[in-house]
Design a protein around this ligand. Structure first.
Ligand code: HEC
Length: 166
């Protein structure tokens, strides 16, 4: 009889312990799930925001070659007052995108000369220069006589890369 009671209380203890363990396990499991969720959310938030920023920067600034980067500074200082930076819409002067093709029928030195002193080339009777003047006069393009060939090459590289990235 005594044994029976002992067994019974032992059994009850066992059941209670099992219930407690299972509660603890469930709590532990829930905690783990919450932790994983928090970690995942933080992680994807970090990754996500970095990704978005990179995309925004890329949309605003095309990645330029080093030559184009140099050309960009020269363009800003010498040309941007009249030529649109998007290279595809007119401003005080015409859009410059694709300009090398429009001068492809002439020696490249003609384009250098035009950029250094457009009025001289117009007076010399150059066909492309006169065509431009007919359309855009009386607006005179500021001479940039101090620009070297390499400077102009850099500007034109910038023009084309900027135009291609539009
Ligand atoms: C004061 C305004 C002004 C500035 C500054 C200026 N331009 Fe111009 N540009 C013009 C105008 C206006 C024309 C159209 C022709 C004309 O009226 O002489 C033109 C025409 C051109 C053309 C011919 C475009 C074509 O389709 O053939 C090129 C190339 C050019 N500019 C390059 C430049 C570069 C490079 C610079 C900077 C170094 C520059 N321009 C600075 C006003 C300007």
């Amino acid at each position: 009889m005594k044994k029976h009671i002992e067994e019974e209380s032992q059994e009850r203890l066992n059941t209670e312990m099992l219930a407690a363990i299972s509660k603890l396990t469930r709590a532990g499991f829930l905690l783990l799930v919450v932790l994983i969720l928090l970690f995942w959310q933080n992680y994807s938030w970090l990754m996500g925001s970095k990704g978005d920023q990179a995309q925004v920067v890329q949309a605003q600034l095309p990645i330029l070659s080093p030559t184009a980067q140099k050309g960009k500074d020269l363009f800003k200082n010498n040309c941007a007052a009249c030529h649109n930076r998007d290279m595809q819409s007119n401003l005080t002067g015409p859009a410059l995108g694709g300009v090398q093709e429009r001068w492809a029928a002439y020696p490249r030195s003609d384009l250098y000369q035009w950029i250094r002193n457009s009025q001289a080339l117009i007076e010399a009777g150059h066909p492309r220069a006169q065509e431009l003047w007919k359309k855009w006069k009386p607006v005179i393009m500021t001479p940039s006589s101090s620009l070297k060939d390499a400077d102009i090459d850099a500007i034109l590289t910038y023009v084309e890369e900027q135009y291609a990235a539009r």
